[in-house]
Design a protein around this ligand. Structure first.
Ligand code: ADP
Ligand code: MG
Length: 729
């Protein structure tokens, strides 16, 4: 009966590491081989066109349509030399993942034949027939279509036989239908606002760039075992499965060597990532068995997001060549750690300063404190929104569990920065005026450079931690498009910096020196945003209580958390920074609620099917065997003796009956609850109904299935067990 399960386990066990095609030369030789980077632009484009394109990339200058044909021709020449025959506009719809539609480089030549062609028009703009992408009602099938438009700041690249062109995806009426368009706007807003504030310290700054370094966590599962688990296949996570007797308590995996089949996968992935210009650097085992992490060197935020999207699809592809499936779901297995995507984020200037890092001079340190405090203010005022930006049906399993940041946003700063902020908070007006008037500004915050070496007090439980020269947003989910978090964070900071500048300017106009004005406003901000600072244990129950008292958003229901996007303060912030309009926010929330509902709906269906088609039949068959045994004991022995001998089996028969009755009844109830929820018109209310009524049943039913897994004969159990999924490779 369970032949398949045993066969796939055995096959998985026997698999050897696949061979990896290692290109000749060093990584620096093949880095960016498939990317139309500056070196290739220079080679394939006339120099005047090259200069215009670089200007568009670096300074956001509008791309001159007259050069588009030449750029397209150069790209096509380069891409066809690499074997490309097709091109695609590559975009990031509101579903997770990327979308693409491939077209061949061919056109009629007008003489009955074909010519290879790729015009500037096709490069710059397209109308993908994308009516089925979620749009929250902005662009329904009967209305105007959407179009995709090239984002020259992210270079085009070749994957297999296709030239991929990173694009934004916008409705004809102008609303964004993707993640990239609002991200670019948020990055532009933070650039503008931060440059203004930088001018207090250095008038030469003309551009501020947001950086992102993501750390991608994932699980690998042998593909045979994966295929034998319909829940993994259809929902990305296990909806049932009793914990293995051993899981992660020994932490032997975290410290252990990377298994050879996995090492081959990682090597292959890294080579292909480097060829695509993704600067991967770090790899290691993670805490849970079969869990791993991959991280590149940080890059400009928009490019880093594209690279993360690209590597997620690359991981899926490469894993298959190694007989694995990669699981990007935030919580594929109950009882072991889930996967996140820590987003290391900072700002830097075109004059070479990192704004979230302390400097050598008092002036640089005041700038550092300015940016840290403004970040805290943004995170404080928009803590609910930031939580919404990382929330999803899948990440909800991870947040709040004792292994990931809680579902409350707070910020860890470490003792040194705290000391400085506390000191500033307690300063009197006279102190600040004295500091501001001193020649050369001998601030007693000059001890800050010590921070650089003080990297020891890290707090793993904080969702938004300062780590020396950056903040690490740890609540982001492994499967998510990190643009969502980056849009909210950068837009919120842009808004805050603009307000900060207005306050400082007002004080200067009233007669304060620049330094005194900055210090006074900072002092005010430090007082105001105090509730967001928390260096204690974020996993503790006391923190939840305290956070409530501090007025932080403690909501745990995913669909209700999405409401934060539509709060007055969020709408005002997104509109004033020009990142999104109320209409866009409303439409995007419709999509979020709808996706939430669909995910739970699919899980409920899959669990119902598995329960009825796999679990109940197997449990009943085993139960019949036990019953058979009881009867045979009666035939063989006296009534009294038979009763004594069969008492254990009788108990098991009853236990199985209890569990199967519970499961059958609740699968029915779950179908009923879905029917009720499905009749609800409003997407928000429907998602809430799914959250409140359907989702808890998944857990209840699972509990009984997992109990049966322990009772039923191992030989008969059809679905691969946790010990196999997590330890066989
Ligand atoms: P951890 O110890 O938290 O695992 P790592 O050393 O692995 O940290 O680095 C995490 C990520 O942080 C890497 O992608 C790295 O490039 C990135 N990073 C380092 N400095 C910065 C910075 N100033 N801004 C943004 N990202 C950064
Ligand atoms: Mg980290």
């Amino acid at each position: 009966m369970s032949q398949l399960r045993f066969r796939v386990v055995e096959e998985a066990f026997k698999k050897k590491a696949a061979t990896v095609d290692v290109p000749s030369g060093r990584p620096s030789d093949y880095f960016g081989k498939f990317v139309f980077n500056r070196e290739k632009m220079f080679k394939y484009l006339p120099s005047a066109v090259y200069a215009k394109l670089v200007d568009a990339i670096d300074n956001g200058a509008a791309l001159d349509r007259s050069i588009a044909d030449t750029v397209a021709a150069g790209m096509k020449k380069w891409a066809t030399e690499l074997g490309a025959t097709h091109y695609t506009h590559w975009f990031q719809p509101l579903t997770e993942g990327t979308a693409e539609k491939h077209d061949a480089f061919v056109e009629h030549d007008g003489k009955g034949g074909m010519i290879e062609e790729f015009s500037g028009k096709l490069l710059v703009q397209q109308e993908p027939d994308a009516s089925s992408f979620p749009n929250g009602g902005i662009r329904n099938t009967f209305e105007a279509r959407g179009y995709s438009a090239w984002d020259p700041s992210s270079p085009v690249f070749v994957v297999d036989d296709t030239l991929c062109i990173p694009t934004v995806f916008i409705a004809y009426t102008g609303e964004s239908l993707d993640y990239k368009a609002p991200l670019l706007k948020a990055l532009h807003a933070v650039d503008k606002a931060a440059v203004e504030v930088c001018h207090y310290f250095n008038p030469e700054v003309s551009k501020v760039v947001a950086y992102l370094g993501w750390e991608q966590e994932y699980f690998l599962v042998d593909e045979g075992l994966y295929a034998a688990r319909p829940d993994l296949l259809l929902t990305g996570r296990t909806l049932m499965g009793h914990e293995a007797s051993k899981n992660q308590q020994l932490e032997d995996h975290y410290f252990g060597a990377i298994p050879s089949r996995v090492a081959a996968f990682m090597r292959d992935l890294e080579i292909q990532a480097l060829e695509l210009g993704i600067p991967v650097k770090t790899r290691h085992n993670e805490v849970a068995p079969n869990q791993f992490e991959l991280a590149p060197i940080y890059e400009e935020c928009n490019l880093a997001v594209d690279h993360n999207m690209l590597i997620m699809s690359l991981m899926k592809k490469v894993a298959r060549n190694h007989g694995f499936r990669v699981l990007l779901h935030e919580k594929p297995f109950k009882g072991v750690n889930g996967s996140g995507k820590h987003c290391n984020w900072s700002l830097g200037t075109d004059t070479g300063s990192l704004l979230m890092a302390p400097g050598k001079t008092a002036e640089e340190n005041l700038r550092f404190i300015t940016f840290v405090v403004n970040t805290l203010m943004a995170v404080y005022h928009h803590n609910g929104l930031l939580k919404a930006s990382i929330m999803s049906a899948t990440n909800a399993h991870r947040l709040g569990a004792n292994e990931a940041p809680p579902a409350i946003i707070s910020s860890f700063l470490g003792s040194k920065v705290n000391e400085v902020l506390n000191h500033l908070e307690d300063s009197l007006d006279e102190d600040l005026e004295a500091l501001g008037s001193k020649q050369g500004m001998k601030l007693d915050i000059s001890q800050i450079p010590e921070l650089l070496i003080d990297n020891t007090d890290r707090n793993r439980t904080s969702p938004f931690a300062f780590t020396g020269n950056r903040f690490e947003f740890r609540a982001v989910g492994s499967e998510a498009n990190c643009a969502s978090a980056m849009i909210a964070l950068n837009a919120a900071l842009a808004d805050q910096l603009t307000k900060f500048k207005a306050q400082v300017d007002a004080l200067i106009a009233a007669g304060d020196t620049k330094t005194t004005a900055i210090l006074k406003v900072l002092r005010q901000c430090i007082k105001e945003c105090k509730p967001i600072r928390f260096d204690g244990n974020g996993y503790s129950d006391e923190w939840v209580e305290e956070a409530k008292e501090r007025g932080l958003d403690c909501e745990t229901s995913c669909p209700v958390i999405f409401d934060n996007y539509l709060s007055e303060s969020s709408i005002a912030m997104f509109e004033s920074t020009g990142v999104m309009t109320k209409k866009e926010l409303e439409a995007r929330n419709e999509v979020k609620w709808e996706m939430y509902t669909k995910k739970i709906q699919i899980e409920a269906r899959v669990l119902g099917d598995l329960a009825m088609n796999h679990v109940i039949p197997v449990a009943t068959e085993y139960q019949s065997r036990l019953i058979d045994n009881v009867y045979k004991l009666r035939d063989l022995f006296s009534a009294e003796k038979a009763e004594a001998l069969s008492s254990m089996n009788v108990k098991l028969i009853e236990d199985i009956a209890q569990h199967t009755i519970y499961i059958t009844k609740h699968v029915d109830d779950m179908i009923e609850a879905r029917k009720v929820a499905n009749r609800i018109e409003s997407e928000r209310e429907k998602a809430i109904a799914y959250h409140d009524t359907v989702a808890p049943m998944l857990e209840d039913i699972r509990y009984h299935i997992d109990k049966l897994e322990l009772i039923v004969d191992n030989q008969m159990w059809t679905l691969p067990k946790y010990r196999e999924l997590l330890f066989v490779r």
